[in-house]
Design a protein around this ligand. Structure first.
Ligand code: 4AD
Ligand code: MG
Length: 477
């Protein structure tokens, strides 16, 4: 008999049919009632063991964490909390689980910090079950969004010789022996001897290659892992994270903002429609967590309310210059509540971004036209000579969730900016070729996938929304 998923059994509204279900025991009460979960949904299926005819050995082997295969009949449930249950006719313990050693007992609800240490097992909790089903749904919705709009999914390289963001936060990829690498006459490492015959690193962004694709397909997107060796030990930074980067020929900055806004609203709507149970569970979890906080630190909206609010309201759009003015005129600035100083030209700190989003506008904000000094070389220069056609989207509770821009399509301006920023033009000939051969205005952005998952699930630490986080001094599992 083929296995039926627990989700399917719970969704059907009939009973009286025979099934085979398989899963892991979440609880076992009175030697009779098993709560079985196979990960297909949040809810457990109640399996009722025929106590009178049950083998003693079998009962001893059923414990939290053990895996079972159950044959039985789906019947209407007598008990509260579920419509149907399975009356077991035969139960096979596929794998026992020693409860002296198993760390996931219901009795002592483990903390998120502790679960990070046992990330190989945390998928089996309600919270992480919900988080990773939502993560999956968001990934699927992202592909669907772009596919439905005719974008081509482009796989950009993971090993690369270029520093797309020019920020120098790269992990080197090499097969040279690091205790005794081949050297040039001047003592520097001779990367000609390295695997790729040059110095290479893990990509920080697929954007530059995506731009090459956009110059033929008009609209492309990437969705892949990116790596940053920035030593930021914060609840918002990972050394390995996933990024979605659409790149669209003929789009200007306004088109870019419209696309980003529509995109974010689309994937949130998808999760609300397809992962309601998971999100309701996560909303309750967040509400419980909020209760631990002092009144004035609690958020006004619950998780679902917040997501619906984002769907139903346009994002605020302000220029960087306006944003700085708002900060300078804020009570927080006047009362010296900011740790970092505010003046035109600063790279806004997360306290500034959060003030704008959470205190001033109380909704997602798109900040545009940043000073060129704090942005990457490829952004299109505005006529004022001071700013570039950049846009960052800031989300409540998260801060920057999207970074993007219109690109500099004018060869001369781009070359000049690269020179100013000491970016080697010879090595980047392939990038500059797009400006030589049929250049067009174009724009794109990058959405940090984990920051999006944080936003939708209401989790507060980025380590809890990627299965196995990579952060400074940590690469377990
Ligand atoms: O703003 P960033 O650095 O932009 C780029 O990489 C551009 N090439 C994107 C583009 O225009 N195609 O990164 C984009 C987003 C950020 O807004 C943030 O959400 C996320 O990537 N991000 C990180 N997420 C987790 N951990 C980190 N260390 C991150 N750094 C950036
Ligand atoms: Mg950025």
């Amino acid at each position: 008999m083929a296995r039926t998923k627990i989700k399917e059994v719970l969704q059907r509204d009939d009973s009286g049919y025979k099934v085979n279900v398989k899963g892991w025991v979440r609880s076992f009460r009175n030697n009779q009632f098993v709560a079985l979960n196979d990960g297909s949904c949040m809810n457990n299926l109640q399996v009722v063991i025929d106590l009178e005819n049950a083998d003693e050995n079998l009962l001893r082997n059923i414990s939290v964490g053990a895996s079972l295969s159950v044959h039985g009949t789906v019947v209407e449930s007598q008990g509260k909390g579920q419509k149907v249950e399975v009356k077991a006719e035969s139960v096979e313990v596929m794998g026992t689980c020693n409860n002296e050693e198993y760390p996931l007992q219901l009795k002592n609800r483990p903390s998120l910090e502790y679960l990070r240490e046992i990330a190989h097992l945390r998928f089996r909790t309600n919270t992480f079950g919900a988080v990773f089903r939502v993560r999956h749904a968001l990934a699927y919705a992202i592909h669907k969004f772009f596919n439905d709009r005719g974008f081509v999914y482009l796989h950009t390289p993971i090993v690369t010789a270029s520093d797309a963001e020019g920020a120098g936060e790269m992990f080197r990829v090499t097969t040279l022996p690091f205790d005794n690498p081949p050297r040039n006459e001047d003592g520097s490492v001779n990367f000609k001897e390295d695997f790729f015959g040059r110095s290479t690193n893990l990509t920080v962004s697929g954007q530059l290659e995506a731009e090459l694709g956009a110059m033929a397909f008009s609209e492309v997107y990437t969705f892949g892992p990116t790596f940053r060796a920035e030593n930021s030990n914060t609840p918002r930074h990972l050394a390995e994270f996933w990024m979605i980067e659409p790149e669209v020929a003929f789009n200007d900055l306004t088109d870019n903002m419209d696309l980003a806004e529509e995109f974010i609203q689309y994937v949130i709507r998808y999760a609300l429609e397809h992962n309601r149970e998971d999100l309701e569970f996560l909303a309750q979890r967040l509400a419980d967590e909020e209760k631990q906080k002092p009144q004035n630190e609690r958020s006004e909206m619950g998780l679902i309310e917040k997501l619906e609010f984002v769907l139903n309201n346009k994002f605020e759009r302000v220029t960087y210059t306006e944003a700085i003015d708002i900060l300078l005129n804020s009570p927080a600035y006047k009362k010296k509540k900011f740790q970092y100083d505010v003046k035109w030209g600063i790279d806004m700190q997360s306290e500034h971004e959060r003030y704008l989003v959470e205190k001033h506008f109380n909704k997602p904000v798109i900040v545009t036209d940043y000073p060129k000094e704090i942005k990457a070389f490829y952004m299109r220069q505005n006529d004022d000579g001071k700013t570039v056609a950049a846009m960052d989207i800031l989300a409540p509770g998260i801060g920057e969730i999207v970074g993007g821009s219109q690109r500099e399509e004018r060869l001369e301006k781009l070359s000049q900016r690269m020179e100013e920023m000491h970016i080697p033009a010879e090595e980047m000939y392939w990038y500059l070729d797009t400006r030589r051969f049929g250049t067009v205005p174009h724009a794109g952005f990058g959405l940090g996938f984990e920051r999006m998952v944080l936003f939708v699930t209401g989790m507060t630490n980025i380590r809890d929304v990627i299965p196995f986080p990579r952060t400074p001094k940590n690469a377990d599992f």
